[in-house]
Design a protein around this ligand. Sequence first.
Ligand code: GDP
Length: 298
Amino acid sequence: MFETLSDRLTTVFSSLRSKGKLSEDDINATAREIRVALLEADVALPVVKDFIAQIKERARGAEVSRALNPAQQVVQIVNEELINVLGGETRHVRFAKTPPSVIMLAGLQGSGKTTLAGKLARWLKSEGHAPLLVAADLQRPNAVQQLQVLGERAGTAVYAPEPGNGVGDPVEVSRQSIEHAKRAQHDVVIIDTAGRLGIDEEMMRQAADIRDAVRPDEILFVVDAMIGQDAVTTAQAFMDGVGFDGVVLTKLDGDARGGAALSVRHITGRPIMFASTGEKLEDFGVFHPDRMAGRILD
Ligand code: GDP
């Protein structure tokens, strides 16, 4: 996903390699080139501006070092600022003191939400939890069946509406699922909610109603990293409409330019918690800002 950005940064750094000490002009020229590389990678403008301001300030303030030459110092600064913009530390799931913990997924249709529900269930199971998947996406025709298939693959139970049992009402299904989880001793409930192709008031209201009914411990906003700048607009709309605690980036295996991944934390103030890198259940993991920065600078 970050191939072009990686290549561009490598070129910027290699042009510094012969320098003994960085002049103000060198710093400005380098900052300009990094700025262009980030904008070309589709990183949101406010993020780029802050990023560049930090790089300049730190490059100017960098002490002459015996261990690192100027080029290495710039690489180090860029690396640290990339980690910063990606959120610094890994943020782990907060579990409720009294089970079940409730994790609610929100995002646009096609963002990879249902797939993510299955991945999360599989992962939680491997961590020793007993998750329950809840099919509260009653909008998309195949979502319930898709979740049942994923549940089977992940080896986890799925709670889905049955005829006469709150059918058609995702708020009621979500509420009942919590009671079911208590009875069946599931310690984590993962609620897959409905998305639309675009931002839609009714979808937001439904997600907010589910949120109010089940009071989740974590609301995760699921966003397709391939949609570029739209990821930022979408994140803001979900922030305003539902609110969320963390972000899951999906389709990081794609060949988009990766700017969404670099913008969403800074714009929303919410940490990226997980990353999805493919269609299979195992293509998933906890998000580590330092590893991602390392990959970009590799
Ligand atoms: P939902 O509408 O948000 O529930 O989205 P789905 O979970 O149905 O996913 C939409 C499509 O994206 C499906 O074809 C998934 O297989 C695919 N998908 C989901 N996550 C990823 C991912 O990380 N990488 C890739 N390449 N495809 C993904």
